[in-house]
Design a protein around this ligand. Structure first.
Ligand code: S3P
Length: 162
């Protein structure tokens, strides 16, 4: 059976945009982890995080990821914080984990105006700290400053071998 792929990376690196196209290329379903959380809570993801608090949000996120990892092969776009907890990192071990890495300037442009509760305070510090986590957790890094088609092609490289 093909291994499932998890796209990880900071907010605004294009995980939810690139994910469905990578899934199409691999011939497997696409799952958006933020959407699943939002279905569970009945609220948009940002509001869910504010309402539940980060600890509960992360626990549900890791649980869902663990369940997805045990199911049929798929491509999952994770939320930017999924690899930050031990449970999230354990769940990610079931996946080929591709880190979409874009510059701080690019993610700032993309996130501007969207409702992300964690986009406040020392966001550059969070960006740098998270990069270290993504680097440690990922099997592969893809330059997400490239155009979407190029990012997708990079993600699909080698996927013929499952
Ligand atoms: C988060 C990123 C968000 C969402 C939540 C927390 C984070 O997802 O899961 O607001 O901690 O980086 P995106 O990475 O899709 O923006």
């Amino acid at each position: 059976m093909k291994r499932s792929v998890a796209l990880i990376g900071f907010m605004g690196t294009g995980k939810s945009t690139v994910g469905p196209l990578v899934a199409l290329g691999r011939g497997v379903p696409f799952v958006d982890l933020d959407d699943l959380i939002s279905e569970q809570s009945g609220q948009p993801t940002g509001e869910t995080l504010s309402h539940w608090g980060e600890a509960r949000f992360r626990a549900v996120e890791a649980d869902l990821l663990d369940t997805i990892g045990q199911g049929e092969a798929c491509v999952v776009a994770t939320g930017g914080g999924a690899p930050t907890t031990p449970a999230g990192r354990t769940a990610l071990r079931r996946f080929d984990t591709i880190w979409l890495d874009a510059s701080f300037e690019r993610v700032s442009e993309r996130v501007e105006g969207s409702a992300r509760p964690l986009w406040s305070g020392d966001i550059h510090g969070l960006f740098e700290a998270r990069r270290a986590t993504y680097a440690a957790v990922s099997s592969r890094r893809v330059d997400a400053n490239l155009a979407v088609e190029e990012v997708v092609a990079e993600c699909l490289r080698g996927s013929a071998h499952g």
